[in-house]
Design a binder for this molecule. Structure first.
Ligand code: ATP
Ligand code: MG
Length: 425
């Protein structure tokens, strides 16, 4: 039978095997973030379109070509969020969370971009985002980078990701630089690819991260942004580099790293892997000290990052660093008149006594052979058996599924609890 309606291209279902891995990753992220004292916020997935236009910038890939925008039934112009920072700032302003105070926040959830779906690039994808408000020093920038580094360490992938680092200077320094960069680009206009030509006058900094090899070569002679830095920018960047050196976090300087969104200044960074092909950036972030004011708030320093969950999970599974977990520890089987009720009751007693243990009750009858097959299928390490004798004596029999030759024995329910605990280790 042909399926009439299929999922939207680039929007994926996560099936039980996937969610088992996702939950493990989410748990590590949540516990790391709360271990740093960060608090969770949850914003709507839909916002007014002009929030993104104003925050991200009209001449960015995201706003120009990637947003899912629509008019709702009241004629309001809305968009599915392509990223979380804009909505997070909006929310903080609306609820007065950042005026004269410091906030360290995180969120986790789906983002939407109309891109060409491929490995590591989807139309619905998920980010864990972190945003810190009210702190201006390089110490907090270093904390954010260290936080991500410690996440990689927890998964054992710290050597698989390269930290790329750059400073974008202040708005004034960038403005002065842009004038000279545009002059340079105009002088070499005919050598530019189409995208770079277009960007020369709309968003010249973006030319720096062109994928076109000829243009890349040409840019080696272009003016360098760092030559336009004043003392403050230099001190901030040196401060950050010093912290990273002392914390033992290696990085490579990449003066072509400008990031896709308009709002960044000073620190920008990306964690990149070579193990995923073209979609190698797992996490990217930086400082965006002007965004809060740009969205109508009082001037507020801000820094954050977005971590692509699909890419992190792809990396972890590619490297064999994570596996789906068995959904069941204990499988309760039975046979005989009235066994079903006993099975439900015994299962519940085990769950109440052993809070962490996952207990599944076999349903639907059938012979023991078939029931044990199910126990194996769900990865159960212990089977609890209720047959005629157990029903009569109000006992249970325990079988260690990890060691099929071991003897199975009959116990009272109380004894059974400790035996199960021992068997599960
Ligand atoms: P890219 O250069 O790969 O398009 P980006 O600069 O657009 O990335 P950001 O806006 O910085 O990405 O988003 C932060 C992170 O979210 C990225 O580093 C990446 O891991 C992830 N990400 C971005 N777009 C997608 C997508 N379409 N599908 C899956 N993950 C994505
Ligand atoms: Mg992109």
């Amino acid at each position: 039978m042909a399926l009439m309606v299929q999922a939207i291209r680039g929007m994926n279902d996560l099936l039980p095997e996937d969610t088992s891995v996702w939950q493990q990753v989410e748990n590590v992220l949540r516990s790391t973030l709360s271990g740093y004292g960060y608090s969770e916020v949850r914003m709507p997935i839909v916002e007014k379109t002009n929030l993104f236009c104003r925050a991200i910038g009209e001449v960015t890939d995201v706003v120009e070509k990637e947003m899912y925008s629509f008019e709702d039934r009241s004629g309001d112009h809305l968009s599915l969020r392509p990223e979380g920072t804009a909505g997070c700032v909006r929310s903080c302003l609306e609820h007065n969370l950042v005026y004269n105070q410091e906030q360290r926040l995180w969120y986790m959830g789906p983002m939407f971009r109309h891109e060409r779906p491929q490995k590591g690039r989807y139309r619905q994808f998920h980010q864990t985002g972190v945003e810190v408000f009210g702190l201006d020093g390089p110490d907090i920038d270093a904390e954010l980078i260290a936080l991500t580094y410690n996440i990689w360490k927890k998964f054992g992938i710290e050597n698989e990701l390269r930290l790329e680092l750059n400073s974008l200077g202040s708005a004034q320094e960038r403005a002065a630089y842009k004038l000279d960069l545009v002059k340079f680009l105009e002088a070499h206009f005919e050598e530019l690819d189409e995208d770079s030509k277009r960007r020369t006058h709309t968003n010249p900094l973006r030319v720096l991260d062109t994928k076109d090899q000829t243009v890349q070569k040409l840019l080696e002679q272009a003016p360098k942004l760092s030559d336009y830095f004043g003392e403050e920018t230099k001190a901030h960047f040196e401060g950050l580099r010093n912290f990273l050196d002392k914390l033992g976090i290696k990085y490579v300087l990449n003066d072509r790293l400008v990031r896709g969104l308009d709002y960044y200044n000073l620190t920008v960074f990306e964690w990149v892997t070579t193990a995923l092909g073209a979609q190698g950036t797992v996490c990217g972030g930086g400082r965006y000290d002007s965004l809060v004011e740009q969205l109508g708030g009082a001037p507020t320093k801000a820094v954050g990052f977005g971590l692509g969950m699909e890419r992190l999970i792809l990396l972890l599974t590619t490297l064999g660093k994570i596996k789906p977990k068995a959904s069941v520890d204990v499988y309760v089987v039975g046979s005989g008149d009235g066994c079903e009720l006993r099975m439900l009751e015994v299962s519940q007693i085990i769950r109440e006594q052993l809070a962490e243990v996952k207990v599944m009750t076999h349903c639907g009858g059938g012979n023991f052979k078939k029931q044990f097959k199910k126990a194996d299928k769900f990865g159960a390490r212990v089977a609890v058996i209720i047959g005629e004798s157990e029903l009569a004596n109000n006992t249970v029999t325990i079988k260690n599924m990890m060691d099929k030759d071991s003897e199975q024995k009959e116990y009272t329910t109380d004894e059974a609890i400790s035996v199960i605990r021992e068997n599960l280790g």
